[in-house]
Design a protein around this ligand. Sequence first.
Ligand SMILES: [Zn+2]
Length: 398
Amino acid sequence: MNPFLKQAQKPAVELKKFIEENSRSTLKYKGDKGVKHLLYVPYVVDHDENGNEIKKTVSMRLGLHRLSSSDGKYAGEVMCMNGLIVNDSEGKPLTDGSCAYCERVKDAVEIKSMRYAAEEKRTNSLARAQGWGETALKKKLSDENSRLNGEMKTSGLVEYNYALVVQFILTKHGDLTVGPDGIPEFSLRVWRLSPFVASEISSQFANVRAEFEGNEIIISYTDTEDKMQLALNRTITPVPNEQKRIVNNEKIMEAINAAVEAFDWSEAERAFPELKGEATQVSRNKMDEAFKVWDQYIEEKKKNPNAVYAEYGILTEVVNPSLGGAVVGQAPALGAPVGQEVGGIQMPNMHGIQMPNIGSIPNGVPAGGIPSMGSPIPDAGAFFQNGGGSNVGNPPAI
Ligand SMILES: [Zn+2]
């Protein structure tokens, strides 16, 4: 056997395990073009501060940072590690409770402001040259602002609710598919609810005075390949009482409850890479690399007030009036965002965050969860209980 093959081959495993390890997880709930999905939303019963029973989704809640590369491309999401102490199997610390992503949000916001200022100058001069109206200018600035927010090297913390749902396998005509045991076939899925989606569901259910938890719901998708359109143009509605096929059927509910009870959240890690977590040193190295040019600029500026930040095509403050205020050296990308308000970004506070232990969530009840970060993002579960809530002002992260 050649030495490479000798090194590369892995010990044999059971076929079932091999398939499991190599198949793409289907656990993540996803839409599909032109179809209707029938879901049931399992719940756990809890009590509010007045002792009243409340229903909560079987879910966990996590704070994430969204990362972008220096060319503005989406570079994944990572778990916020703030306040999280994790040791490896030998007891050696992997994380120290700090979050390198939180620590860099301030720099990311500063870079974004700088990019915005440059784009604003460019857009204003373009608008003057081409005689744009006030509305067109505002719209362009606002679009650019959103774009630049989305391109920040690290975003502020955004919380997500990962809710367990039951998806029924339907025929083309929308009928349930009944298995050999006489029970309609279903799969457990995890539906990742952003604050935006939670708010969308919440208001739709409040409109018809229905509860999300413990209900049957229909999600209808439009006939489009565009993932964004698929997510934005769907309708989520509760099944009317007289058409319910699940909740009033004891045998189906028993099967569902048994499956939910046996659900292991560690499966979610394969479906959602952001749940993997990282050692503190790994995330710190990643951020130091991402902010290398910025850090050099900050250092240089201490010695030289004319230092330039040369990333994203920005050469700071070097403006040539003969070019109508355009920033010298900038690529001719058009447009600019609206400053001040850093849409959807919450600056982190440094209180300890208790992160749920994904491997051990009894009955799917959120283990701990993240205490309020002083942000306006409510618990998606609480959202559904209250049957309403204001728009949380977050970008439609879907
Ligand atoms: Zn963080």
